[in-house]
Design a protein around this ligand. Sequence first.
Ligand code: ADP
Ligand code: MG
Length: 599
Amino acid sequence: MKIGNTMSSIHILDQATVNQIAAGEVVERPASVVKELVENAIDAGARSIRIDIISSAKEILSIRIIDDGSGMSPADALLAFTPHATSKITRIDDLHRIHSLGFRGEALASIAAVSRVNLTTQLQNAGNITGTRVLIEGGEIRETGETGAPEGTNVLVEDLFFNTPARKKFQKSKNTEFAHIHAILEGICLAHPEISFRLYINHNEKLVTDRSPRILDTIARIYGSDVAGDLIPVNLSLPFMKVSGYTSRPSLSRKDASRILLAINQRSISSTIITGAIKEGYGTLLAKERFPIAFFSLEIDTDLVDVNVHPTKKLVRLSREKEIARAMSEAVKTALLSHDLIPDIVVPSQIYLEDACRETATASVLSYDFTAPPPYGISEVLHSGTILTDRQLRQTELSTGMVPVDAKLPAMEVIGQLGGIYILATTDTGELVLIDQHAAHERILYEQVISRTVGVHRSQELLVPFILHQTLQETAILRDLLPALAQEGFVLEEFGRDTFLVRAIPVVLGKLEDTTMIDEMVSDLVSEEEVRSINTRERITRIIACRGAIKAGTVCTREQCQRLIHQIRYAKNPFTCPHGRPTMLRFSRTDLDGMFKRT
Ligand code: ADP
Ligand code: MG
């Protein structure tokens, strides 16, 4: 028997085999039902799979999966609901050569035990006129019979958890469930570009992919063509493994690893080691807390992949994992190196500052020289950063409308800047002050934005509206935030399916040259981990402040440092950033003497 052969008929695994299979509940929530049934359809060789979800205002009412796969014979259609009934393996050793997604023979039995299932199925190419129908409720077969049916299988699941009140009560909101279903299907779609998937929620099309030999088409279909266009191909071949995938230019990043999607042998899986390896390939191209968007498909010898670790099979055990991770890092690094990654910032080719750190350096000493090479190896990126810093500082100097009352801090003299992160300064009483430039500017910007008492914040229209592609979950969250965003000066408009047009942004964000900032802000806004306890306006304000402020890692001129210090002196609360982190540390002479044990 060929393992995973969908034409084999179903049998019940013997107890010895059952005992060796990772046990546990697989039907935790509606999304698990979708996952298991879609996997069955894939194992049945379907070319197109349709998922139909119907909900009330409060909860999911039914889940239907329709496939055009192998179908089942009348006998198999009944047997399929028995625990440990599977056509995919016969003994545990078969797992070394497994190509199917399922093998436990548990899903249909478990789903039928906690819901009402209506299955109709018709064996492919069998020349039968009628198919089989089975109605099973709480694990009891209620009806069986013949029915007219197309080739393939149609499973309808209703009243999920009707007899397990505890699990039913545990269910999250309908939208959370939709989000889980969407996330699971995204992973499956990307692992199977050769299958066309269609997800409908209450008859509205929510996710569609077409059969394609190229995963890039699937990526474009799900995440939009701008994302697809910003990806770099990565390929890697080892004797036991073939990897193909795409990873984003560093300019397209996210605050979490949720858009790094992996498939091993066409199974959507998660692996912190491989995710970490991909991120590692970026080296310093990405900040520590930023992650790329990436889609990777690994084909690994099946005897190196143990899928029998967890009942949901989302985790697998890999032999030679370290070697695989190292090779992946290298492949990502090589792919990035061979691409031009300088973001498209319009800077004349050789503007340079005479010396970014020299005493007299100010914006006015910007020299334009189109012939001489830049001195001191200062890169163009640094120059555009210097111009940007000036603009950011001007923003918090000009339009505040706040009257500086009294300074909360003494005057300070800049000594220097450390690592593009900390400003070192001294007061006239000889104190040493270390200022976190990002945290300080964030505080200043925050106070400026929050000081708006009435009306709408001023916005500036973007020359070219910016297009945002969101997932279903993000769309739902963002839609709710639109009025609050408008109050703060963001003009966003829904534009077709899961797409928004950003027409205007708050004036305080300055002249926007790098639209990734918008992307990042929105991703902060819709991210699930974001603290929900603070009110929406506070959240938006913090995000504006964080994204609009001078970034850590920006080399500033002495004059810029001095201007920042001047501004923070007049802040209402100069000591902490909006998240409560300190903006500065102060050491008196006595503190320092104590530390050096000079008593
Ligand atoms: P497993 O997938 O682990 O074998 P399941 O309980 O999910 O266990 O399914 C039991 C069996 O029912 C499968 O092995 C397969 O033979 C059959 N089956 C389930 N769904 C389908 C489907 N959509 N098309 C054809 N056969 C199916
Ligand atoms: Mg299955």
